[in-house]
Each structure stands twice: as structure tokens, then as C-alpha cells.
Design a binder for this molecule. Structure first.
Ligand code: SAH
Ligand code: SF4
Ligand code: F3S
Length: 444
């Protein structure tokens, strides 16, 4: 039998974190190189590839229920290749086929590079095929990056996580940490800069442990400094950092001219009892010391954090400690998540004993507190000037422009559409908890 090598219409659908989105973009590029044609409409595609997230149950359920719709259509006779890729695939492996027997391919987080070949095999011999396992490195590294605009790109610099926070599935689905060699990354930065990219975000599950095991040694602070010297690069960002690996050198790097003074440093909780149960490796006091260090070495830097509410055994007292931490640090951004037990993690053995309505109340309360603080802090910026990389028309009001300040704050700018892709100095005229508003400063 001759293999069918005609191009497929492929639809790659990303879920979850930025690294997943970068991976989805690499997968799409790999498939395009093989001659397949990307389409936006899932219903039009010959192959639907879900690049999934399993960090909370809700994320996983969403992917499976959307895939379920395709499975039903397949049972009704529609010909389509269904691919479960990414973190859910790694977690469920063969079990995914029990949940959704219509799946043709289950492809884990370190097997993405095999997808073109797996699609060929399914077309020639039928499925299902399960390709998972955390050994080795993903073969899709190098030369792939995620471009969100002609002037912005994301580059994965390290992968994996060795921290095993007790609630978290990521170490089990992304495997052990490893860092890409700095020269390879810097070559990529240069190529991107030559192609008009001004802003690069370095990605890693634990980006500030970048460099572990590299010979000759290099760390994230050094990588940022070297990338900042590349001509054409105006802004460097990095996410996400772990408090226990935050060095004075990285805090200093936040004050470098090209590095954005923004640090996403998830605290997760303000209670020492809960932090210990989470296996985070720091106390509330240590976290506050780190905040002080950042504020001393990089004055004006914005700090952002994630918090989990309703971790097993979290009392009202524990929650109040979290609330106090938010009041004390005055984060510029706060992301709050309701605890979701993940099978196989240490915390999943503890009773999920905080009632759903209590989780919800704490979640809403913490967000409301943060919004109050952000509104006050943003109001203090009225009258100042911020540098904004203009990303394009504002989604809420397309007659205006939207962009970000170096601190990640969203800035809505009254200005002409030609400013898209430019870094402009904007005079802040008003502010809300979520955004600053202003117009470009007059020249001269
Ligand atoms: N590596 C990053 C991001 C991990 S996932 C880091 O350590 O910061 C992003 C966020 O999801 C975490 O910071 C945490 O707040 C949240 N999260 C992870 N596992 C969770 C779980 N089981 N339930 C609820 N939130 C969770
Ligand atoms: Fe998960 Fe903790 Fe690793 Fe972040 S550091 S990915 S929360 S185990
Ligand atoms: Fe989700 Fe995997 Fe990212 S579990 S948060 S997509 S690393």
C-alpha cells in the first residue's frame, strides 16, 4: 500500500501556560515544514491537535470535553485525526484512550518532535499510538520560538521542574530540569532581533534556576545581560521565578537597561504552616526579605505573585496571613487559584477539606483586596511618564492603542495606529486597578 502523503489541514489548539503556547507554535511549524496546512477552524481540520494543560482538574476537563465533541462527530462518520498532546497526554498516557477511545495519538511533552511522523504512521497503519516518557530532551528545541507579533517573541530557555511542590503536577508531566546552552539561545536572540523583534520573554517552568548543570557555568542574570547587548533588542522579560532560587545577581539584573523591572515571584501562601506543607522551601519571612532585596537593588520594580487558596488544612488564620502578605507587599499583579487535588502528588493524599464555597470566598476576597491596592498604586502613577511598547488597537476600544509598560502594566494610549510596534513615552493621565491611560508625550 502506498502511503498517503497529501497535505493535511491541521489545527493546533493550545491550552495552559505560556510554555504550552510556545510548544504549540513549534508543533505547528514542524507540521508546516512537513507540508501540512494550518487552519484556524477545528471543524475544518483533518487533524486536530490539542496541546493540553493539567495543572488543575478544570483545565484537564475542559480539554477532554472539547475533544469529546470531536469524538462524537467521528463516531458519526466524520474523518478526523484526533491528537491529545502535552501535559494531559503525559499524565494520562494509555489511560487517555479509555477516556476517549477515538483518540489516534497521545503525545507527551518530550515527544512533540515526533508528531509529523506519528501522523504519517496513523494515516498509513491506523492508530492509536501512545508516545510518552520523560527521558531525553524534547527534539523540537532550537530554531523554534513563539512570535506573538512581528516585534515580540517568547524563547524557552529551560524546561522541567525539580521542586515538587506538594500540590503540583508539573514535575510529573514536564520532567526534570535542564537548560539550553547560552550560545544557542543568544544565536536565536540575534536572529530574532535581525528579523525585527524588540521584546523577548525567556520562558521556563522555573526560569531562575536556569543554568543548573551548564558547563561553562551561566545563570539567568548573565544570560539576560548578554541578551541585552544584542543590537535591536529593547526589552527582555522572563517568567516564572521561584523564591528559593532568587539570587542578588538576578535582582541586580532587573535594573539593567534592557531588562524589564518586573518579577513574577509566586508566594503561594503567607502562612508558614501552609508553605511548609506545600514544600515551597521558604518561609514568609524569607519571602519578605527577598522582596526587600529586590526593592533595594531594583527600585520601582513591580512584583507579581500566584496564590493558592484552600490548600488542605488551610484555616481562616492561615488565609489571613496570606491576606496580610498581599497588603504588605502590594503586588502589581496577583493570580489566585483554588486548590485542586492532582492525583499522584503528595498533597493529593491529604483530605481536600476546605469547602468549595470557602475556597471561592477566599479567592474573591484576595482578588478584591489586590484590586483595591492596585487601584491606589496605579493612581500614584498619574502625572508620570512611562515607556510603552504599543501592541496594537485596544480590544475594548479599537480607536485607542494598547501596550505595556516595562512593569507589565497595561497602558491604553490615545494615538495614531502607526505607533504599533513602537516604544513611546506616554504621559499617564488616569488610572484604574487594571490599566493606565494616557497620550504620547510631545516631542522636544
Ligand atoms: N512553575 C511556575 C508555575 C506553575 S503552575 C511556578 O512555580 O510558579 C502556575 C500556578 O498554578 C502555580 O504558581 C500555582 O499557584 C498554581 N497551581 C499549581 N498547582 C495547583 C493546584 N494543584 N491547584 C491549584 N493551583 C495550582
Ligand atoms: Fe509546580 Fe512548584 Fe515546580 Fe512551580 S515550582 S512548577 S508550582 S512544582
Ligand atoms: Fe499546564 Fe503543563 Fe503549563 S500542566 S501550566 S500546560 S506546564
Amino acid at each position: 500500500m502506498e502511503a498517503d502523503i497529501s497535505p493535511l489541514k491541521v489545527c493546533v489548539v493550545p491550552f495552559g501556560c505560556q510554555m504550552n503556547r510556545a510548544d504549540a507554535s513549534a508543533i505547528q511549524e514542524l507540521l508546516e515544514r512537513r507540508g501540512h496546512v494550518p487552519v484556524r477552524d477545528e471543524d475544518e481540520a483533518d487533524a486536530v491537535i490539542y496541546v493540553t494543560c493539567t495543572v488543575r482538574q478544570h483545565a484537564e476537563d475542559r480539554a477532554f470535553s472539547r475533544l469529546g465533541r470531536h469524538a462524537r462527530r467521528k463516531r458519526d462518520g466524520r474523518r478526523v485525526i484526533l491528537v491529545l498532546a502535552g501535559c494531559c497526554a503525559e499524565k494520562e498516557a494509555r489511560g487517555a484512550l479509555e477516556r476517549l477511545p477515538e483518540l489516534d495519538i497521545v503525545c507527551g511533552t518530550r515527544r512533540f518532535h515526533l508528531l509529523p511522523e506519528l501522523l504519517d504512521r496513523v494515516r498509513a497503519q491506523g492508530g492509536p499510538i501512545v508516545a510518552v516518557g520523560l527521558d531525553g530532551r524534547p527534539g523540537h528545541e532550537g530554531g523554534f520560538h513563539w512570535r506573538t507579533s512581528p516585534f515580540q517573541a517568547f524563547v524557552t530557555v529551560m524546561r522541567g521542574c525539580d521542586n515538587f511542590c506538594s500540590y503540583c503536577i508539573v514535575p510529573y508531566v514536564r520532567g526534570r530540569e535542564y537548560s539550553r546552552p547560552p550560545d544557542e539561545i543568544l544565536d536565536e536572540v540575534k536572529r530574532l532581533a535581525d528579523d525585527g523583534v524588540k521584546e523577548i520573554t525567556f520562558l521556563g517552568q522555573n526560569v531562575n534556576s536556569y543554568g543548573k548543570g551548564l558547563e561553562p557555568p551561566c545563570d539567568l542574570a548573565e544570560l539576560l545581560a548578554r541578551a541585552g547587548e544584542v543590537e535591536g533588542i529593547e526589552r527582555l522579560k522572563f517568567v516564572t521565578s521561584h523564591p528559593k532560587d532568587l539570587t542578588p545577581e538576578l535582582a541586580d539584573a532587573l535594573a539593567l537597561p534592557k531588562v524589564c523591572p518586573y518579577l513574577h515571584l509566586p508566594a503561594q501562601s503567607g502562612s508558614n504552616r501552609i508553605l511548609a506543607a506545600m514544600n515551597r522551601g521558604y518561609t514568609r519571612e524569607r519571602y519578605l526579605e527577598l522582596v526587600e532585596m529586590v526593592r533595594e537593588r531594583a527600585p520601582g520594580a513591580a512584583l507579581a505573585s500566584d496564590f493558592i487558596v484552600g490548600f488542605p488544612g488551610e484555616t481562616e488564620e492561615d488565609y489571613l496571613r496570606t491576606r496580610e502578605l498581599v497588603e504588605r507587599v502590594r503586588f502589581s499583579q496577583v493570580f489566585v487559584f483554588k486548590y485542586s487535588p492532582r492525583r499522584g502528588t503528595a498533597a493529593a493524599r491529604l483530605p481536600d477539606d476546605v469547602p468549595a464555597e470557602v475556597k471561592k470566598r477566599r479567592n474573591n476576597d484576595l482578588l478584591a483586596l489586590h484590586l483595591e491596592i492596585a487601584a491606589e498604586d496605579n493612581a500614584k502613577l498619574v502625572g508620570s511618564t512611562v515607556e510603552v511598547l504599543v501592541e496594537g488597537p485596544s480590544r475594548r476600544d479599537p480607536s485607542r492603542l494598547a501596550g505595556r509598560a516595562p512593569t507589565e502594566r497595561i497602558v491604553i494610549v490615545d494615538g495614531p495606529p502607526e505607533l504599533k510596534g513602537e516604544i513611546v513615552r506616554v504621559r499617564v493621565e488616569s488610572a484604574t486597578a487594571l490599566a493606565l491611560y494616557g497620550r504620547p508625550e510631545e516631542e522636544g
